[in-house]
Ligand binder design. Structure first.
Ligand SMILES: *Cc1c(COP(=O)(O)O)cnc(C)c1O
Length: 234
């Protein structure tokens, strides 16, 4: 297992570096977030021993168990799944980042629940760039208003924007939603809201995301292998 992980981690890092070069990005400018949903604490620890320290989780209960087991390893935990309002207190206590914020009411609850002894919780606004009905995320038009509401919450630190577009066939089509997110970041900066993070790109579209300015890619399958019986981005 550790050997497979080592080889896959090497390959992902190599592909990231190649995309950085290809698209004129600074070397090392893109951070790798290992998406460890459905993976065991032992697998996470194996990756951690290879120097991978940022992990993304979608399901709170499962994540809490791993976070508890691995608490002495200096890992940074990112919550990337849909947020139910009755889970905000626990999320605010055990995560360093939340990428999937899309409602002011959830933001207020996370802010109120962030323990005073911890630094502010880093957050990204999830944007539904396809405007697909029923998907998580605010519309691009709603993002500025939510960003403004977040600025009033002292226990949250707004870092950036996140998106998870529907899978697209070719590279040019994959770039479109990521370009939309980058342009939204630029518009927010012009309005006095500079953000340092664009969380975009998964196993299937990482290169397109890096081409469009991703600063964090969220990679599961390419690191850990296929997820048995799981929908791709549940
Ligand atoms: C599962 C998931 C990923 C990782 O997707 P892979 O195809 O496994 O690379 C990234 N982001 C979110 C929000 C996810 O749910």
């Amino acid at each position: 297992m550790a050997e497979d992980l080592r080889e896959r981690l090497r390959r992902v890092r190599r592909n990231m570096a190649a995309a950085e070069r290809e698209f004129g990005r600074a070397a090392g400018g893109v951070k790798l977030l290992a998406v460890s949903k459905t993976r065991s604490a032992a697998e996470v620890l194996s990756l951690a021993r290879l120097g991978q320290l940022d992990f993304g989780e979608n399901y709170l209960q499962e994540a809490e168990d791993k976070i508890r087991q691995l608490q002495d390893h200096g890992l940074t935990w990112h919550f990337i799944g849909p947020i139910q309002s009755n889970k905000t207190r626990r999320i605010a206590r055990c995560f360093h980042w939340v990428h999937s914020l899309d409602r002011a009411r959830i933001a207020a609850r996370l802010d109120a629940a962030r323990p005073p002894e911890l630094p502010p919780l880093n957050v990204c606004i999830q944007v539904n760039v396809d405007a697909a009905p029923g998907k998580s995320g605010v519309s691009p038009q709603e993002a500025a208003a939510l960003a403004e509401q977040l600025s009033a919450l002292p226990r949250l630190r707004l870092r950036g924007l996140m998106t998870l577009p529907a899978p697209a066939g070719d590279f040019a089509a994959q770039r479109q939603p990521f370009m939309t997110l980058r342009r939204l970041q630029e518009r927010l900066a012009e309005r006095g809201c500079p953000l340092d993070t664009l969380s975009m790109g998964t196993t299937g579209d990482m290169r397109a995301a890096i081409a469009e300015g991703a600063t964090m890619v969220r990679i599961g399958v390419a690191l850990f292998g296929p997820r048995d019986g799981q929908p791709p981005h549940a």
